[in-house]
Structures are given as structure tokens and as C-alpha cells.
Design a protein around this ligand. Structure first.
Ligand code: NDP
Length: 244
């Protein structure tokens, strides 16, 4: 049955920030499609969120074109237009990370496969459903690591960490996608923004982050529910715009 409620899809939502974003949007009354590449992990997450609202599992590996097409067909047939698309899934290959002078090119390729091509593939395939919504919102979950301004600033928090070129570069290009797509869609009601969720304790960083991912999810939810006069093509965190 096509739902009249607003619908959202979150990629990589079986844990971490994506999971908490699913919870918060469900609590706001959205029908939430919880994307996960592993069926058991996805279904377990949906079960855990049952009390929070209407959360449904959709099988979705962002690196697999067939999986993305099947997910779009399923969502289109089941709930129709998509009000919110959140490109949250990401990978970081910590042990393989290195500065640009020494990093293996295959590490960059593997990172881009998920963090950039994954987000772009999902966006291209789901855009027709987002266009069907009255005021679609697309959120690219990025990172201050993708800010060249922050990266070269010795006073930035980033200066304390070893340079992770593959992950940083993937988020820089993701931010470029946000800008270019916002320009392409500027004559539509759709808004697309990048957000940095701050430093969260998740598996991505070996649980070294400083806050619970439910905190990081708040800025993602904000970007997903922007009013008509909100920004498009921006990159912001909880404190406001992040330098590119
Ligand atoms: P987690 O590692 O907790 O979650 C990552 C999610 O992405 C998991 O659900 C994982 O699934 C999924 N995923 C990985 N590869 C694929 C794939 N090919 N297809 C579909 N899903 C996939 O990380 P976070 O919650 O921390 O990260 C969420 C977002 O927030 C990311 O974009 C990250 O870059 C960003 N971010 C996080 C920060 C932090 O402090 N944690 C800081 C800044 C940005 P599976 O369980 O199957 O591996």
C-alpha cells in the first residue's frame, strides 16, 4: 500500500549514526526504510526500533548496482515517492590508511567505492522517487575530514590525528557532489546538503569518538527536515557552516 506518511531511506543504518537517525526520524512519524547490506543485521536493527515507529528493512549494498536497483523498485512499489534520502553508509580502512605519499591506490579505490560511488549510485537511482515527493531532501553524511580548510589548519582538531588520505579525499569529493547536485537541482524544491555529525563512538573509528551517535544523528535529521527556506549545497555541522 502506498503510504501518505513522509518516507525516508537511510543507507548503512543497521548501526551507528544511521541507526540513530532511523530512530529519530521514526519518532518524528516518518516511514523509515533502514538500508543494510546484511539481512540479519538489518532485520535485527529494525526489530530493535519497533517501538520507535514504522521502520522497515531494505536490503541495500551501495557498491552493488543490482542491489540498489532492487531496493529502489521495492521502495517505489511499496511506499512510492521518497521524501528523504540519506547517504550515510561509509567505510574507513584504518589499517591501510596513510598520507598521500605512501598510500596504496587500491585503498583509495576501495574507499571511494563505498563513500563516493556508493552515494552517487544510490542518488542517481533514487532521484526519480525523490523528485516525486513534494519537497525532497538529500543528505550526504560527510566529515570535517573532507574539509581542505580544516585539514591544512594546524589549529584544527584534525591536526591531532594521522593523515587518513583515502577517507578524507572521499568526503571532499562527496562534498563536491553535494555542491554540483544542488546546482543541477536548483530549480526544483529538492535540497541537498552535506553534514558532519561530529565525533561519535562508532565502529568506524574503533569507538574512539567522544559522543553517543544519537548526538551525531541530530544534525543529519536537521538536514533531512529542512524547511523550504533552508540551504542547499551547504556543508554544516551542529555549530553551523564548515569551511570547504
Ligand atoms: P559505522 O561503522 O557505525 O556504520 C557504517 C554503516 O555503513 C554500517 O551500517 C555499515 O554496514 C554500512 N556500510 C558499509 N559499507 C556498506 C555498503 N557497501 N553498503 C551498505 N552499507 C554499508 O559508522 P558511523 O555510524 O560512524 O558512520 C556513519 C556516517 O557518519 C559515515 O558516512 C561516516 O563517514 C560519518 N562520520 C562519522 C563520524 C564518527 O565520529 N563516527 C565522524 C564524521 C563522519 P555493516 O554493519 O554491514 O558494515
Amino acid at each position: 500500500m502506498i503510504t501518505t506518511k513522509q518516507t525516508a531511506l537511510i543507507t548503512g543504518a543497521n548501526k551507528g549514526i544511521g541507526f540513530e537517525t532511523a530512530r529519530q526520524l521514526a519518532q518524528q512519524g516518518f516511514t523509515v526504510w533502514l538500508g543494510a547490506r546484511d539481512q540479519a543485521r538489518g532485520e535485527a536493527a529494525v526489530k530493535e526500533l519497533a517501538a520507535d515507529g514504522d521502520v522497515r528493512f531494505v536490503s541495500l549494498d551501495v557498491t552493488d548496482p543490482d542491489s540498489v536497483q532492487a531496493a529502489a523498485a521495492h521502495i517505489g512499489d511499496t511506499t512510492g515517492a521518497l521524501d528523504v534520502l540519506i547517504n550515510n553508509a561509509a567505510a574507513a580502512f584504518g589499517a591501510e590508511e596513510a598520507p598521500p605519499s605512501t598510500i596504496g591506490l587500491d585503498t583509495i579505490q576501495r574507499t571511494l567505492d563505498v563513500n563516493l560511488y556508493g552515494a552517487l549510485r544510490v542518488t542517481q537511482v533514487f532521484l526519480p522517487l525523490v523528485r516525486q515527493a513534494p519537497a525532497g531532501r538529500i543528505v550526504n553524511v560527510s566529515s570535517t575530514n573532507g574539509s581542505i580548510t580544516a585539514l591544512v589548519d594546524p589549529d584544527s582538531l584534525l591536526a591531532q590525528f594521522p593523515l587518513s588520505y583515502a577517507y578524507s579525499a572521499s568526503k571532499t569529493i562527496l562534498n563536491a557532489l553535494t555542491g554540483s547536485l544542488a546546482v543541477e537541482l536548483r530549480d526544483t524544491p529538492i535540497k541537498i546538503n552535506s553534514v558532519c555529525p561530529g565525533s561519535n563512538k562508532t565502529d568506524l573509528n574503533g569507538n574512539t569518538g567522544t559522543q553517543h551517535p544519537s548526538e551525531g544523528a541530530k544534525v543529519v535529521v536537521r538536514a533531512a527536515t529542512l524547511p523550504a527556506d533552508g540551504p542547499s549545497g551547504s556543508f554544516f555541522d551542529v555549530n553551523g557552516p564548515v569551511g570547504r
